[in-house]
Design a protein around this ligand. Structure first.
Ligand code: LLP
Length: 432
């Protein structure tokens, strides 16, 4: 193969980012100035590999699109909560969107500012509320009437006032996968739009709450800006009704959701995604807040894996690799597409493979029907794996979770050691 023409589009072309982070060099795949094969020999496989330049480019695209506005980009930690990743964003001045006390602890450990943290989620426990109040977070995005009462009580006990926004459910169709659409009436998320006014009144009457904003999040992997703009319009109507009742809001949180290119999608650039939204907010004084996850990390990461066996079958050929659904659950869970590319392409016969892992489930696949020239021992890169990859991994089949590294020009920073089997059952007990 020609060194300058990789088998499939490199990461930089497979996304809308300018950063040329993944490319072919000397007949092999490199991320920034590091050969992926070097990472595999030093750290083994499977390993998640991220590009610092790609992370920074993605964050900067958001910052630039919001330049001149009062706005805070709160990275949705659930997309990838590695401390190394969080520290990159903390340095760039990001806020953080969390959904658990565990994520708050990670943000603080990585150098994130508590006063730039928003806390989403339908099931906040009392302990998590106390923890977040003590840390002094920016806002609780409250998702039910019951949570409002509980938060008031916990804040009272702690002698604090809890800053709150109500997460409202604007009932717009984000036109994405049903598992990741969250703003429709039938979802468990947010409070019904019709109930919001009454709940704000109730919140205003509770002594230990301070109303600061409103929040919504309609879904993930959105490729069309229109539903967000529609949601924003609805939310603004509510903000104005609240103002008329003397409930003035300081910020409007529009959640996350911007999609990325996995295969042939054409997501809008951040600026184009935000343009119709920002139009809606022309002349408004409220600070805007966003909670992007996938669009900041998705195409900044890949999963490096090695082919263990090739297994020709009667109807299908299998490339059995050392990564599995426990490492990257998205294909099994959502039938999600991730590009699979050879790390050191070579001549040979192209064959169509099912790329599968060693787990004892038929659902354990990473990719169906891919044309690849591979031999046993070859390295493959599973692309667009930076978001909801490692964070959704598990230890199914007692498989230690993958290592993670961040590449920064020619440097490799190990940001998570590979788990050991001993660690997996260190906290378990046998019976006498
Ligand atoms: N804010 C809230 C309240 C959320 O629930 C989410 C994602 C985000 C922000 C970030 O959304 P993003 O910008 O990443 O679209 N596991 C699925 C995605 C689940 C998304 C859950 N909520 C996947 O692998 O596609």
């Amino acid at each position: 193969m020609n060194a300058s023409t990789p088998a499939r589009p490199p990461l930089s072309q497979a996304s809308h980012w300018p950063a040329p982070t993944l490319h072919a060099r000397e007949g092999a795949l490199w991320l920034e100035d590091v050969a992926l094969a070097d990472i595999a020999s030093r750290f083994g496989t499977p390993t998640y590999v991220y590009s610092r330049a790609a992370l920074e480019a993605a964050f900067n695209a958001w910052q630039q699109a919001l330049a001149g506005r009062r706005a805070l980009v709160c990275y949705a930690v659930k997309a990838n909560s590695n401390l190394g990743i969080l520290s990159v964003f903390a340095r760039l001045g990001a806020g953080f969107d969390i959904v658990s006390g565990g994520e708050l602890a990670r943000v603080l450990a990585a150098g994130g500012r508590a006063d730039q943290v928003v806390f989403s989620g339908v099931g906040k426990s009392r302990a998590e509320m106390r923890q977040a109040l003590e840390a002094g977070i920016r806002c609780f995005n409250v998702e039910s009437a019951a949570e409002l009462e509980r938060l008031d009580a916990v804040a009272g006990e702690a002698g604090r006032k809890a800053p709150i926004a109500l997460r409202v459910n604007p009932d717009v169709d984000p036109k994405t996968h049903p598992y990741i659409s969250t703003g429709l009436k039938g979802n468990k998320f947010g409070v019904a739009f019709a109930d919001a006014l009454a709940l704000y009144r109730r919140a205003a009457a509770l002594p230990n709450l301070r109303i600061t904003g409103i929040a919504c999040h309609i879904g993930s992997q959105l490729l069309d800006p229109a539903p967000m703009a529609e949601a924003a319009q609805k939310v603004l109507g509510l903000v104005d009704r609240l103002a008329a009742e003397g409930i003035a809001l300081e910020h409007i949180d529009l959640g996350g959701g911007l999609g990325i290119r996995y295969r042939d999608e054409t997501p809008p650039a951040v600026a184009d995604y935000l343009a119709p939204l920002l139009q809606v907010f022309t002349g408004r004084h409220e600070e805007l807040c966003f909670e992007p996850g996938r669009s900041l990390v998705g195409n900044a990461g890949l999963l490096l894996t090695r082919v263990e066996y090739l297994k020709p079958g009667e109807t299908k050929n299998f490339a059995i690799v050392d990564a599995a659904m426990n490492d990257l659950a998205r294909p099994a869970l959502y039938d999600a597409w991730h590009d699979v590319v050879a790390v050191t392409p070579h001549d040979g016969e192209e064959q169509v493979y099912e790329v599968v892992g060693p787990i004892c489930e038929s659902g354990d696949f990473l990719a169906h029907g891919r044309s690849l020239k591979v031999c046993e021992g070859d390295l493959l890169a599973i692309l667009s794996a930076g978001a909801y990859g490692m964070t959704m991994s598990s230890n199914y089949n007692t498989r230690p979770r993958a290592a993670e590294v961040i590449v920064d020009r020619d440097q490799i920073h190990p940001v998570r050691e590979r788990e050991t089997v001993a660690e997996l059952f260190a906290s378990e007990h046998t019976l006498p």
